[in-house]
Ligand binder design. Structure first.
Ligand SMILES: *[C@@H]1O[C@H](CO)[C@@H](O)[C@H](O)[C@H]1NC(C)=O
Ligand SMILES: *[C@@H]1O[C@H](CO)[C@@H](O)[C@H](O)[C@H]1NC(C)=O
Length: 498
């Protein structure tokens, strides 16, 4: 009798819960063939799938191991990877620009428009667009394929943006986030948050350039693609309706790695959400790391740059430096053999980076300064030497240096002497490790885990039918009204005439 009562209560409770949080149908659009972007999109979508939502991933990659108990579908942009990786290689050629190489960010909107066309014209995407299928939410990885934001109108869904690099001026104006060039350094500069006069002048010019590219080229080019590739009647859509109709922005950033800046209510920080609790290491690595009494240097240049393809003089300099060290070195090396491999160096084609960084004997991480690596190293409290190559790596590298948990070593300056001296500086001066550990404490001090927070906010948008109450009303002001130019002009006119 009592058992029956409990059973029926459990059933009732179960019905109550499922009716409270219906599974949402979620489409994620991560069309860039940059592995780190995909890894982030994938981690976000996994979190949502695990929470019981029905997810579809549109990207150039296939998930080989989709979560078993969940509803996961891949729509693969076949044939896009090679092409895009050529573009990425092209960007590495601009290193000679040095501090200014971040200016290559200006090329990105053009690459984005090119990508948009490739995506919208793709057979698998055309099939989806013409299927009549609807979604509750469309999550777009913010990387300039602006046209895909109009999927929200096509699929009758709420639009959520995901930014892998935190706030930036290509995103802020879409949701009205305050970011005057006086205090918000451009994504492509390596300026500190507190800029000198000349830096503010440069920063304002950068902002002007980026805004011009977006407004004079990117948005209209993408709008044309909506009109060309969307099925009727959606080919009549105005892309601007989608661009400025964002329900939520999930930001892959955190105060432990970026400086304190304002966020409008629809912006939510989930930086570190892709980092998993440490797992057991493979046996050989466990033994290698455990036995390194003097400590270990972990080196990996990420997924775009291959260590084995470094210029021979760089490789020689690194090997000579490592061979003199008392420490052991674990190096992500994409080949079976390493010519001249010193005895204290162990290589691996693929290494479980997050778990390695969690090992207490790891004293230093030599990285290209990729975003994921930067977050993972802060999460685990390991200082870095950053050898940046392209894209945001330079910015991340300099920001780690300014933050005090890393040192930048440009590949053109890399020699046996320079590398030895920065390794000694980091290992002998405790301030770098202390700063990494201090930041690690901050990123790990969260009310809820960042992935649970992301899931909560996506569900919040669905529960509140787009959560338009999060949208700041001043987004509807014209730019001259926002900057009070009309008011100043009026006051000036009054002052002059009276
Ligand atoms: C699927 O399994 C994972 C891991 O066991 C679990 O965390 C998740 O909640 C499950 N998801 C669903 C929808 O049952
Ligand atoms: C803005 O998005 C909501 C859904 O979040 C949708 O109902 C509305 O029609 C959209 N507005 C425009 C102008 O497209």
């Amino acid at each position: 009798m009592i058992k029956n009562m409990i059973d029926s209560r459990v059933v009732l409770y179960a019905i109550f819960i499922t009716s409270l949080c219906d599974a949402a149908k979620i489409l994620a659009v991560f069309p860039t063939a940059i592995p780190s972007h995909y890894i982030l999109g994938n981690a976000l979508l996994r979190g949502l799938a695990n929470a019981g939502h029905d997810v579809t991933m549109l990207s150039p990659f296939t998930e080989k191991n989709p979560p078993k108990n969940c509803s996961w579908r891949d729509i693969v942009l076949t044939g896009v990877i090679d092409q895009q990786q050529e573009n990425i290689k092209m960007l590495t050629k601009y290193q000679w620009l040095g501090q200014y190489s971040s200016l290559t960010a200006l090329i990105v909107p053009f690459m984005g428009a090119y990508t948009s066309e490739k995506i919208l014209n793709h057979t698998n995407v055309q099939k989806l667009m013409r299927s009549g299928e609807k979604f509750d939410v469309v999550i777009v990885g913010q990387f300039h394929s602006e046209a895909t934001k109009a999927f929200s109108n096509l699929f009758d869904a709420h639009l959520i943006l995901f930014s892998s690099i935190g706030t930036n001026s290509m995103l802020n104006h879409l949701v009205g986030n305050p970011s005057l060039p006086s205090f918000a350094p451009e994504f492509m500069s390596s300026f500190p948050p507190k800029m000198s006069f000349l830096q503010r002048v440069q920063n304002t010019i950068y902002r002007f350039m980026i805004s011009s590219v977006l407004h004079l080229y990117a948005y209209s080019a993408n709008d044309k693609m909506v009109k060309k590739y969307f099925p009727s009647p959606f080919d009549q859509l105005d892309l601007k309706d989608a661009l400025y109709n964002v329900s939520l922005v999930l930001l892959n950033s955190h105060l432990s790695i970026s400086s304190a800046i304002p966020y409008v209510p629809c912006m939510i920080d989930i930086g570190g959400f892709h980092v998993k609790p440490p797992k057991k290491l493979p046996n050989d690595l466990q033994v290698f790391l455990d036995s390194a009494k003097e400590g270990v240097i972990y080196m990996s240049l990420g997924s775009n740059i291959k260590s084995k393809d470094l210029p021979p003089e760089c490789k020689t300099a690194i090997l000579n430096t490592f061979s003199k060290l008392k420490l052991k070195v674990l190096w992500k090396w994409e080949d079976d053999v390493m010519p001249g491999q010193p005895t204290n160096v162990k290589i691996g084609k693929w290494l479980p980076q997050q778990d390695i960084l969690a090992h207490p004997n790891v004293k230093l991480f030599i990285t290209q300064g990729g975003l994921l690596s930067t977050i993972e190293t802060v999460y685990r409290g390991v200082p870095i030497i950053a050898i940046p190559f392209f894209g945001d790596q330079q910015m991340n590298a300099y920001s780690a240096e300014k933050a005090g948990y890393g040192i930048v070593l440009l590949s053109k300056d890399l020699s046996e002497e320079s590398l030895t001296s920065v390794i000694e500086e980091i290992l002998n001066n405790p301030k770098y490790t202390d700063e990494a550990k201090r930041r690690s404490k901050i990123i790990n001090d969260r009310q809820v885990s960042p992935i649970d927070n992301a899931v909560y906010w996506v569900e919040y948008v669905v529960r509140h039918n787009g959560a338009k109450h999060l949208r700041v009303q001043y987004l509807d002001l014209a730019w001259y009204q926002y900057y009070l130019l009309d008011v100043f002009a009026f006051l000036l006119a009054v002052a002059i005439t009276s």
